[in-house]
Design a protein around this ligand. Sequence first.
Ligand SMILES: Cc1cc2nc3c(=O)[nH]c(=O)nc-3n(C[C@H](O)[C@H](O)[C@H](O)COP(=O)(O)O)c2cc1C
Length: 143
Amino acid sequence: MYPAQLASPYLDRLSAAAAQRYKALGIVRDDPDRPMKIAALNSEAFGAPVVLFCYLDRTMGPGQWGDAGMYLQTVMLLLRAEGLHSCPQVMWTMYRKTVSQIVGADDGLVLFCGVAVGFEKEGVPRLRTGRADMTETVSFIGV
Ligand SMILES: Cc1cc2nc3c(=O)[nH]c(=O)nc-3n(C[C@H](O)[C@H](O)[C@H](O)COP(=O)(O)O)c2cc1C
């Protein structure tokens, strides 16, 4: 799902975001069953009734992978316009063979990610995962 040698600051941000998200779902960091519980929640699409699977033609390159991210962002915004919520899930790529069998995707397609879609559960405290400050993530050149 991620580069094998994911270094700082990316790895730190990834684990901080995961810690926040899964703590909000009741899974604490020192729980010995944490990996299993995280996998279970993800495989249940966090309770959403629908998962979209986004595939790219295997011949596509980095530019087209960027296009797919932008495309999915638009899909997610359109879902909000319909009152729905969504959650991209790259975790499905760990089970790409099974997913491809079920949805009937051939070897010419590569799974980018799943997107869980559903209505927000009411009464659950809202969590917005922390974001790194823009001064850390963006360089304005010539300003
Ligand atoms: C392409 C992509 C793949 C993701 N895959 C997963 C995933 O497999 N499991 C997961 O819990 N969160 C995953 N996330 C993170 C969540 O979908 C979500 O973006 C994050 O929790 C921030 O949510 P917020 O904007 O509501 O704070 C992924 C995000 C992106 C953009």
